[in-house]
Design a protein around this ligand. Sequence first.
Ligand code: HEM
Length: 421
Amino acid sequence: MSTVTGSKGGDLWFGASLKLQRALVRRVKDPFVQLLLGDGQADRIPYYDRIRAEGPLFNSKATKSWITTSHPLGTEILRDRTLKMSGLDGKPNGQKVNLKIGWDSSFLTKDAPDHTRLRKLAAPAFTPRRIAEYRATVEKLCHQLIDKVETTGAFDLVHDFGAPLPVAVIGQMLGVDAGDHDYFREHGMVIGELIDGVTSLPLARQVRKAIDAYHGLFDAMIEARRTKPSEDLVSSLGKAYDDGVLTHEELLSLCTVLAVTGFETTVHMIGNTVSALLRHPEQWDRLKQDPGLAPKAIEEGLRWDPPTVASTRVPHEDTEFAGQPVKAGEPLTVLLAAANRDPEVYRDPAEFDIVREGEPDHLAFSGGSHFCIGAPLARMEGDVALRVLAERAPGLRITAAPRRRSSAVVNGWRELPVSLR
Ligand code: HEM
């Protein structure tokens, strides 16, 4: 999860008008550039196919990077412990065109040993016992949300159903007071813009303000827990800070990254999967007849239309992949969403089929040491959300064409207008 921004080239790019940007992109024949900045943002699949046609590892000369759409090669890259999250200059992902993250002290962008130390501190929030506790919160909330829209029948599945779930759960996980959840959500959504890169000065200011608000909130919580500790993550992280295990900056970044990485991804998992189900009525019927299929439907939604579409690693020494020499510092990008449709691995990959059997796991949660720490939480939220919808909203239908929110990394619906009847 990383973003378009940063380098001198990037600043020039964002200084250009949209018309000029489009004209420039059209002149570049590289399909990876088209995918990132051109027509590929509207429909990625033809660009994935074009890159796939070039072989397992495509050399994107325009971006001086390597791209794979292959599931086996993608898995190999993500699991390769010699590859790093940071570039040779120490900056996250080292990508020239894109990829710089705004929470540089969080473990998402770090390599071992800091990554291992920080990830270990967050792990207790994701044990099976914890997930079971959050499940009760999600079930209650899903029913409340449906109760709320039952009279009118019309609502936005992204804003009115998907979005409140991760906010409530991550709020509970960190220990944010229920009364502060709106504040927590509003600022979290602004910080979430970092995933796509900050592309204007006003947005940069807004994000800075939101980060300051988050840091203020967490600092106050940490102080309060010193006299009245609780079982939440802020208490255990605050104690680790007092014991000298992590710095103040790392502590605030960790809280922030857990909130923000969990918000948008989970919302899009729910939005993308529900939209796929409603566009494939036979699959929606299957789920309604057997809501126990919800976990499988979520996995298929994550494979078919994942919320996070790419992960990048950087070799710090000259190396070789798929028989091609890769130089130190040249980023390797795994197109997770394309690997999830690798025809060498998945039967009829374009088919949305919630009862697929005997195929390898998708790469929507990445792989290797940076495999999404929130995956069990997201899977549980998706399972509960689909069960509740299948049972309480059997007549659910899309009422207007939804708008896509697409970027180099994030993929989902900005809104998904639906009706219960
Ligand atoms: C459907 C929902 C989700 C998706 C698709 C998703 C996707 C991902 C992906 C692809 C990565 C790896 C990035 C890379 O390899 O470069 C990742 C890492 C991460 N995710 Fe998630 N995520 C989801 C939900 C969550 C939730 C609910 C949380 C937390 C509450 C979370 C927290 C994190 C963190 C902290 C990392 C960094 C892990 C590390 O670097 O060791 N994610 N996620």
